[in-house]
Design a protein around this ligand. Structure first.
Ligand SMILES: Cc1cc2nc3c(=O)[nH]c(=O)nc-3n(C[C@H](O)[C@H](O)[C@H](O)COP(=O)(O)OP(=O)(O)OC[C@H]3O[C@@H](n4cnc5c(N)ncnc54)[C@H](O)[C@@H]3O)c2cc1C
Length: 382
């Protein structure tokens, strides 16, 4: 494949760079004392992106996007992640919207999509349960039809940004007697519906990012069922397919390496050859990951679904992020550990703790390896 950008893509890249330079809210790169402060800035960033139709960039124009090609999206995400612009994780844009476009009613499209694309509504994803993570189809949360409503009972866990979300994208069991993949349905649920209790889970980096969420006789209109009843597993699978290129991870790692190199060059003393070699290895890996991501975007642009390639990039990117974070913390040493959230030195301490979760969220590395081995390479299961 040709890794050079077309003139049009390069012009778009300059437009995005100009926006990062002068179009963002004043405090966006000043560091945050709390996730609440970060979310406030993220909401503002979302509004500004939405005013250019960049928030839902890949969506068709009729739903508030620009119908961007995979390569345009990659150019956009690469720059935004490199400069650490907050607000990139947007589940509404990434998978709720695309699934609603495919399976939702006209009313659902009208009610949900425009408010995602204009930055009014944040969505969280209510899939995982204490007994259902890698084996997601084992979920037990029930949704029982009662007249014009469904009544939800059960518990979800690890719900990222559930405490800020306006809406939840819920998968729940509607037929307990069907084989486990066949009795699941997907729903849109307002997060302030009576009967929902949100309890914080503080991660090892000390931030309140995810939650456990309890549903006790939560009544939602039957009209909030998205797609066909008991076909939810397939909607979830299609949604996960939209979580594709790992270009964000590449850019974040590349930025960490650039910062690390600048820091090492500024030191009055030289570092051991071991550290120099390790940094060089990381720089090579970042370039490999970047090429993998460009390949994925190029395949998508040709109408090919890059399932195995995307799994490989996710696995490689998640583990690379951990390696880079460990080296950075070692080099920045005490300074890295003491820094305030968002400050340059903090970009070492926080990732050191937070990247541990990279090999768990969105599918663990063990499961990714199994899928690559069996579905990707055709190796026998046992
Ligand atoms: C930061 C973060 C954010 C998250 N955000 C969300 C969210 O917004 N919404 C949501 O629904 N979920 C979310 N999750 C949950 C995430 O999807 C699950 O943690 C993940 O799917 C793993 O499930 P589990 O935690 O139940 O671990 P388990 O599935 O119990 O796995 C435990 C261990 O067993 C291994 N294992 C399990 N099955 C196999 C197998 N078949 N072969 C080999 N090894 C196996 C795993 O690799 C792992 O090491 C988030 C998780 C994290 C860490």
């Amino acid at each position: 494949m040709d890794f050079r950008l077309t003139a049009e893509q390069a012009a778009f890249q300059r437009e995005v760079a100009d926006f990062i330079e002068s179009g963002l809210p004043a405090r966006w790169d000043q560091g945050f004392d709390s996730v609440a402060e970060q979310m406030e800035v993220e909401r503002e960033v979302m509004k500004r992106l939405a005013s250019r139709r960049w928030l839902a960039l890949p969506w068709p124009e009729e739903f508030g996007g620009l119908g961007a090609t995979p390569m345009q999206q990659l150019v956009f995400n690469e720059l935004m992640a490199y400069y650490r612009v907050p607000g990139l994780i947007n589940m509404g844009v990434a998978w709720v919207g695309p699934v609603v476009m495919l399976y939702g009613t006209d009313t659902q499209k009208r009610d949900y999509l425009s408010r995602i694309a204009d930055g009014s509504d944040i969505w969280c994803t209510l899939y995982s349960e204490p007994g259902a993570g890698s084996d997601l189809a084992a979920m037990q949360t029930r949704a029982i039809r009662d007249g014009d409503d469904y009544v939800i009972n059960g518990q979800k866990i690890w719900t990222s940004f559930g405490h800020y979300a306006d809406w939840g994208w819920l998968a729940a069991r509607t037929d307990p007697d069907a084989p486990k993949h066949r009795g699941i349905s997907t729903f849109a649920i307002k997060m302030d519906t009576p009967g929902i209790t949100i309890r914080p889970l503080v991660n090892m980096a000390g931030t309140h990012e995810f939650n456990e969420i309890f549903f006790e006789d939560v009544r939602i209109p039957a009209a909030n069922l998205v797609g066909e009843e008991n076909r939810g597993w397939y909607h979830v699978a299609v949604g996960l397919d939209f979580e594709r290129s790992s270009i964000g991870a590449t850019s974040t790692a590349r930025r960490s390496i650039d910062d690390l190199v600048a820091h090492i060059r500024s030191l009055p003393h030289s570092l051991s050859p071991v550290v120099r070699h390790r940094v060089a290895d990381h720089a090579v890996s970042v370039q490999v990951l970047r090429n993998m991501c460009y390949n994925i975007a190029s395949m998508q642009g040709s109408g090919i679904v890059p399932t195995r390639e995307a799994q490989m990039a996710k696995l490689f990117g998640a583990e690379l992020a951990q390696r880079v974070a460990v080296t950075s913390l070692q080099v920045f040493s005490m300074e890295g550990q003491a820094a305030r959230a968002g400050s340059p030195a903090h970009h070492n301490q926080y990732p050191f703790l937070r990247t541990v979760a990279n090999t768990v969220e969105g599918g663990t590395s063990e499961v990714q390896r199994s899928v690559i081995a069996t579905r990707g390479l055709g190796l026998p299961r046992e």
